[in-house]
Design a protein. Structure first.
Length: 403
């Protein structure tokens, strides 16, 4: 159904006196704002904010796409995703809309798909159900098609969602959106995506790299594209730490081994704060003396974990908690190994500390411009001589202790 034709004729779409500026394809125009009955609209299942929730629902129901034929059933499904993704933000927005009305208009396509304003739409649905009074969603209507105008619509959605929205994206959902749009669907280039949300290409390149690490991890645990697992396992910050480790100058083969051991620790979670734990791993693998032995030790446990993973018919958060993470002996060995090699690295660092301090002292003394001595007063020279004598005493004491 066309909102601008059928909807207006049915009086379920009402033109208001309001206008809103919108930039699409580089052209800025004043668009008319309409009031639309809620049952004429439907959620955007391609909304990045709920990307992980969509992936979980598809897996649990063994489907590739949520059927939109029964629009009300479809809306109920997405409604719950919006609600669960950030209940506190939804509660605040709903209270505000109930008190002062909808202040920010949304953007919808002519067939009723909401491009911007899914959260506000959810609030209005709740208010309508609570008060039993008809609610209207205020929005701009674009005569665009999500299939033929996919790129322009996505760029518009990014501009509105990332720049104008006050509620921040979940980091994992944002990464999934970036992966889907740039890598998987190849809908946008890094340059187009960066321009769309007003940030640098370097920032998006980093996000793409982290998103690709997420995909690699899910493949490693035999759960391809089950992005919701990252959200439920709270692995955004640990994944970011892994990215930092791999950014260092490490050869390809070693990087692959590091990924395997970190992925193993991700799924086993041998330590409460996994972000700090990955930093510990980074400290060891960055040490040329100990890294190879540590990696070899950890890979032995990784093989055991992979054997357990392969025995699972499907990987869900339940199987991870009940069938994989219940292997206390492996978890203890992973943690013991890491702590042991961290201690070795720290010990070596402490042992090397005196030599580094002596080297710094030497460099400081060597950098003194002795030509300036000619310009010093007698008192200043005497002061320097006293300090040199103190240094000589300290040096003699250190030399005696080295014997």
């Amino acid at each position: 159904m066309s909102l601008l034709n059928n909807g207006i004729n049915k009086k379920s779409v009402i033109l208001t006196d309001n206008k809103k500026k919108l930039t699409i394809d580089g052209h800025t125009e004043n668009y008319s704002v309409y009031k639309i009955k809620l049952d004429e609209l439907y959620y955007n299942d391609q909304n990045d904010r709920i990307a992980t929730w969509i992936s979980k629902y598809k897996l649990e129901n063994n489907i590739d796409k949520i059927d939109i034929v029964d629009r009300e059933k479809y809306n109920k499904i997405i409604h719950n995703f919006i609600k669960e993704s950030n209940p506190e933000a939804l509660k605040k927005t709903q209270a505000n809309i109930k008190f002062v009305g909808q202040l920010e208009c949304g953007v919808v396509l002519d067939d009723g798909r909401i491009i911007d304003g899914n959260r506000r739409f959810t609030c209005l649905r709740n208010i309508e159900k609570e008060t039993m009074e008809t609610q209207y969603f205020e929005c701009i209507i674009l005569e665009r098609n999500v299939e033929s105008d996919a790129k322009a619509i996505k760029i518009l959605e990014l501009q509105l969602q990332y720049v104008d929205e006050r509620v921040a994206y979940s980091p994992i959902d944002r990464l999934v959106g970036i992966y889907n749009d740039i890598v998987d669907k190849e809908l946008l280039t890094i340059k187009e995506y960066a321009k769309g949300i007003g940030c640098t290409e370097k920032d998006i390149e980093k996000e793409v790299s982290i998103a690709e690490l997420i995909v690699e991890f899910l493949d490693f645990i035999h759960a391809p594209k089950q992005f919701y697992l990252l959200r439920e396992m709270e692995l955004y910050s640990p994944i970011e730490e892994l990215y930092k480790i791999l950014k260092k100058r490490i050869d390809y083969e070693k990087k692959e081994e590091i990924k395997d051991i970190v992925f193993t620790n991700f799924i086993m979670q041998p330590f409460g704060d996994m972000t700090r734990y990955v930093r510990k791993i980074g400290k060891v693998v960055s040490n040329n003396r100990f890294s190879n032995d540590y990696i070899e030790e950890q890979l032995e446990e990784a093989e055991k974990v992979l054997d357990i993973i392969e025995k699972q018919s499907v990987i869900t958060i339940k199987t991870i908690n009940e069938k994989i993470r219940n292997q206390d002996d492996i978890k203890e060995e992973l943690n013991r190994s890491t702590e042991k090699w961290v201690a070795k690295v720290d010990s070596e660092t402490n042992k090397n500390q005196p030599a580094k301090q002596v080297e710094r002292a030497y460099e400081t003394l060597e950098s003194i411009d002795t030509y300036i001595f000619k310009k010093l007063t007698k008192e200043q020279k005497e002061d320097i001589n006293e300090r040199i004598q103190m240094l000589e005493e300290i040096v003699e004491e250190i030399k005696n202790k080295l014997v």
